[in-house]
Design a protein around this ligand. Structure first.
Ligand code: FAD
Length: 421
């Protein structure tokens, strides 16, 4: 059923698909710049989530209720809000189909539908999530269970996993490990800690990955690179991992007391199955202008696009002015001129109290906001993560307000600085 919260209209100047981080931020910018525009935002979820704090919830450092608001509260004033899902694109006729069966027409379309979490891709996982010591910070209802499990541990084996392929906030699987390791260390409980990642390194940017090798070693946790979780047996408390040894796939069954799972992720099915997708299913946009490569009246933002940046809310901070700016130019019949530099940031919570703030642009160019060596976990960055970023998110980013971007390429000595988690 579609709920129309503002005046009904079958045709809008701009339709925004998704009222998450990217959709809310762009709609707010457009509504501020051009209050005369008829903008509609479509999203089936009654709630908007501040997902970056779920890591803190899983580490016992944040109240889950503070991470959720009604979607109607984040839709900008004057923007029509339809509580419905887009099921198909009709780009040749500038229309989208909704779950309700309705068709909506647009002059311009912004696709901000986020990333799809494929829980079922791991055999046995859906039926054991939230019980048998199996949790995930990637869901609102499960993040508190992560902390419950960590608090209850008196020993045994705790495993943290990261799947193959692109995921949102690629540092988050590790953040769960470090916050658990820190809490256990403070309680003086000895647990066999293991990190299994399908990736060949702890982080995609070698500059930061080398520092994280040090952090994981400081906790005495075992890093299993190239190791992919394929199935879970909750009641038996066993997990099966697949890796490639001498060119052949090898499977190993491991017992656990606690298992933190990050599911494989992909572009949402309705994008993958459309003519708007690239060969790998993502919304096919130009990585600089964020304009669709075939349909110039369509733009994309956030986790659902093909841009080769790290999928984060921090990236959306840099993308939102580009999408809004280029769409406003397009409304005047002008070519896209604003460019996104690939900026992303990942605040790696190395303990409850310190963060290593990894900031980088396209190509892994190290681009911190401050001149401090970003490989050093710092208390100031913890304050940013826990207090400043949430306030920035709710009051600046998704409200479409301007904020100066001060990040830039900076050089640091090759040698690792002293790192204490
Ligand atoms: P979302 O905010 O997920 O919004 C997508 C919206 O689209 C949703 O509201 C959804 O309901 C809607 N939608 C889906 N399908 C349809 C459809 N068919 N029709 C209409 N609407 C639809 N980022 C950081 O910057 N720093 C961090 O520290 C950080 N940590 C994270 C930790 C965790 C555990 C997680 C899960 C994420 C983290 N992120 C972090 C990532 C960040 O939250 C996301 O990158 C960001 O929210 C993506 O915004 P988005 O608009 O692309 O997608």
């Amino acid at each position: 059923m579609s709920t129309l919260h503002v005046a009904p209209n079958k045709k809008h100047d701009v339709i925004v698909i998704g009222a998450g981080t990217g959709g809310a931020a762009v709609a707010a910018r457009l509504a501020r710049a051009r209050p005369d525009l008829d903008i509609a935002i479509v999203d089936p979820s009654p709630f908007h989530y501040y997902q970056p704090a779920w890591t803190l919830v899983g580490g016992g450092q944040y109240a889950i209720g503070r991470t959720r608001r009604a979607t109607s509260q984040v839709v900008p004033a004057g923007v029509a809000y339809l509580e419905d899902s887009v099921t198909a694109f009709l780009p040749e006729t500038n229309a989208v189909l909704l779950g309700s069966g309705e068709q909506l027409n647009y002059d311009f379309l912004v696709v901000a539908a986020g990333i799809q979490l494929n829980w079922k891709a791991i055999e046995g996982l859906p039926e054991t999530l939230g019980k048998n010591g199996v949790s995930s910070n990637y869901r609102y209802d499960l993040a508190p269970y992560t902390w419950e499990c960590v608090q209850g541990m008196q020993g045994g084996v705790a495993i943290f996993t990261q799947p193959a392929g692109a995921i949102k906030c690629a540092g988050a699987p590790q953040k769960a490990l470090y916050l658990a390791a820190d809490a256990l260390k403070k309680r003086k409980v000895k647990v066999d800690l293991r990190f299994h990642t399908a990736a060949p390194a702890l982080f995609g940017v070698p500059f930061y990955s080398q520092a994280l090798d040090k952090v994981i070693a400081l906790y005495g946790a075992q890093a299993n690179l190239g190791s992919n979780l394929v199935s879970v047996d909750g009641p038996a408390k066993t997990a099966v991992f697949e890796s490639v040894v001498n060119g052949s796939k090898v499977r190993e069954t491991v017992s656990f007391d606690f298992l933190h799972v990050v599911p494989p992720q992909s572009a949402p099915d309705f994008i993958q199955n459309s003519s708007l997708a690239d060969a790998t299913g993502w919304l096919d946009v130009d990585k600089l202008t964020l304009q669709h490569v075939r349909y110039t009246n369509i733009f994309g933002i956030g986790d659902c696009t093909s841009t080769p940046n790290s999928k984060t809310a921090a990236a959306i901070k840099s993308q939102a002015p580009v999408v809004a700016g280029n769409l406003l130019l397009a409304l005047k019949g002008r070519e896209a001129a604003a460019h996104y530099d690939g900026y992303a940031a990942c605040p790696l919570t190395t303990s409850a109290g310190k963060v290593l703030l990894a900031e980088f642009c396209y190509g892994g160019t190290v681009s911190p906001t401050l001149g401090l060596d970003p490989r050093v976990p710092r208390r100031f960055y913890w304050w940013l993560k826990k207090s400043f970023f949430p306030a920035f998110y709710w009051h600046i980013l998704i409200r479409g307000r301007n904020w100066a971007s001060l990040h830039k390429k900076r050089d640091f000595p090759e040698q690792l600085p002293e790192i204490r988690a």
